[in-house]
Design a protein around this ligand. Structure first.
Ligand code: FES
Length: 115
């Protein structure tokens, strides 16, 4: 059975086989999700955010996710290497920390220019 996943902010939508992990789908969509542990719930680098109304589009958190993410699960954070896609899903990737710092710096400069 086929379903689909959309990656934000890239706005890339891909049809995937139901049961694929979010990480595998990201690779097929050529959306970069950093990893260091080979998809074993060890590095926590593959975090994605799922909106509350999209939570059923992914399998329930694995025991490894529960252990590793703890309260972050309540904020919709999932591990892309552990979450399997079972419905039409939309996931958001966190902004790269370096890009976020540059963006904030530029926003501050723009605010200063206005005054
Ligand atoms: S790839 Fe390392 S925790 Fe998911």
């Amino acid at each position: 059975m086929e379903t689909q996943i959309t990656f934000l902010p890239q706005k890339k939508t891909l049809k995937v086989r139901s049961g694929s992990t979010v990480l595998r789908a990201s690779r097929e969509a050529r959306v970069h999700i950093p990893t260091r542990c080979g998809g074993n719930a060890g590095c926590l680098m593959c975090k994605v955010k799922v909106a509350p109304d999209q939570a059923d589009a992914l399998t329930p958190p694995t025991e490894a996710e529960r252990r590793k993410l703890g309260p972050l699960l309540n904020q919709g954070i999932r591990l892309a290497c552990q979450a399997n896609i079972i419905g039409s899903a939309v996931v958001e990737l966190p902004e790269d920390p370096l890009k976020a710092a540059i963006r904030k710096q530029l926003e501050r400069q723009n605010d200063d220019d206005l005054w």
